[in-house]
Write a protein that binds this ligand. Structure first.
Ligand code: XIL
Length: 312
C-alpha cells in the first residue's frame, strides 16, 4: 500500500509531489518520483515559474518543463501546473520595471496566453495567482510588481486570461498560512468573490501547508477551514505540504502524526481533491537544516511514510 490513494481502485483523491530537473537526474530519486502507487500528481517545483518560461520578454523556453510534463504523463500522473503570477521569482527584465499600466497588462496576458496555451489539455490544474495576500489579509501592494502598476485587477485579469487559454484546466488561487480559519483565510474567501464579480472563473483554492512539526491544528480545525472554501463552490487541495523538523533534533514520530492529521483533514472534506508534498526526500528539500519529508536523504522510508499510507 503506497501513498497515493488513487492507486487503489475506486479512490479519487491523489497524493502528489513536486519534482525538479535536479531530482530527475538522480535515478534513485526519480524511481521513487515515477511510482504511481506513491504519487498520482506532479508539480514542477520551479520549471514553470515566470523566469524559467519567459527568460526574456516575449521569448519562451519550455525545454525543462516539457521534460517534467512528459515524464508525468508517461507515469500516469496528473499535473498541477505552478505558477503563472507571483510577486516573487520574477525575471530581471520584468523587475527592471518602467512599464505603464497597459503595457504590464499586455505582458501579463501574453505570458498566460502563451504558457497556458502551450500546456493546454495537459494541466489538471493551474496555480494562476500565488501568494497575493499578506498574513493580515490585505493584498500585497508595493512588494508586488503586478499590484504596483496594475492594482488589484491583476488578479481577475490573470484568471480570465487563463480560462480563455485552457477552458478545461482547474484554475486555483494558492497561498500559505491560511490552513486555519484566520484573517488570511477569510481574505482568500473574499478574493473568490472579487474574481467572480469581475466575470472571471476560479475553481480551486490551494493551501500550501508548509507546516512545522508539533504546531499543526487538529484535523477537524483544518477540515472546517477547507469546508468554508468548499462552501463557496470551489475545490480545495493541500498543494505544497511539508513538515519542517530540525535536522539536529528531529521528532519523526510527531512528524508522522502531523502528516496523518493533514491527510485526514483532506479525507474529511469531499471537495478536497488531494494532497501534494513539496518534494519527497530530505535530500532535496528547499528548507535548510530541516528533515521535512517522508523519505530520508538516503531514501529510506520515515515513520511519516507509513502514517500517510495508513491514513487514506
Ligand atoms: C520554492 C522552491 O522549492 C525553491 O527551490 C525555490 O528556490 C523557491 O521556491 N511557495 C511556493 C513555491 O509557491 O513555489 C516555493 O518553491 C515555496 C513556497
Amino acid at each position: 500500500d503506497g501513498l497515493n490513494a488513487r492507486s487503489v481502485a475506486g479512490a479519487t483523491k491523489y497524493l502528489g509531489t513536486a519534482i525538479k530537473i535536479k531530482v530527475m537526474a538522480d535515478s534513485d530519486a526519480n524511481t521513487l518520483a515515477t511510482n504511481f502507487d506513491d504519487f498520482g500528481a506532479i508539480t514542477p517545483e520551479n520549471e514553470m515559474k515566470f523566469p524559467a518560461l519567459e527568460p526574456a520578454r516575449g521569448v519562451f523556453n519550455y525545454t525543462a518543463a516539457d521534460i517534467i510534463v512528459a515524464q508525468a504523463q508517461a507515469s500516469g500522473q496528473i499535473l498541477r501546473c505552478h505558477n503563472l503570477v507571483w510577486h516573487a521569482n520574477n525575471p530581471p527584465w520584468l523587475l527592471k520595471g518602467g512599464f505603464d499600466n497597459a503595457t504590464l497588462i499586455s505582458i501579463l496576458r501574453n505570458h498566460i496566453t502563451n504558457v497556458v496555451g502551450h500546456y493546454k489539455g495537459k494541466c489538471y490544474a493551474w496555480d494562476v495567482v500565488n501568494e497575493a495576500l499578506n498574513d493580515d489579509g490585505s493584498l500585497r501592494t508595493n512588494t508586488s510588481i503586478w499590484y504596483s502598476t496594475i492594482g488589484p485587477a491583476y488578479i481577475p485579469i490573470a484568471f480570465a486570461a487563463a480560462a480563455e487559454a485552457d477552458p478545461a484546466a482547474k484554475l486555483y488561487y494558492n497561498d500559505y498560512s491560511c490552513e486555519k480559519n484566520n484573517a488570511k483565510a477569510k481574505a482568500v474567501r473574499n478574493l473568490i468573490g472579487t474574481i467572480r464579480a469581475y466575470g472571471a472563473p476560479i475553481h480551486g483554492v490551494g493551501l500550501q501547508a508548509h507546516l512545522t512539526t508539533g504546531q499543526v491544528a487538529n484535523s477537524s480545525v483544518l477540515a472546517s477551514n477547507l469546508q468554508a472554501f468548499a462552501d463557496l463552490d470551489v475545490e480545495v487541495a493541500y498543494t505544497e505540504l511539508d513538515l519542517s523538523t530540525p535536522a539536529d533534533n528531529p521528532n519523526l514520530a510527531q512528524q508522522a502524526a502531523d502528516y496523518a492529521t493533514v491527510v485526514s483533514a483532506c479525507k474529511l472534506v469531499p471537495k478536497c481533491v488531494g494532497v501534494s508534498l513539496w518534494g519527497f526526500t530530505d535530500k532535496y528539500t528547499w528548507i535548510n537544516n530541516s528533515l521535512p519529508l517522508p523519505w530520508s536523504a538516503d531514501y529510506t522510508q520515515k515513520p511519516a511514510y507509513t502514517s500517510i499510507a495508513d491514513t487514506w
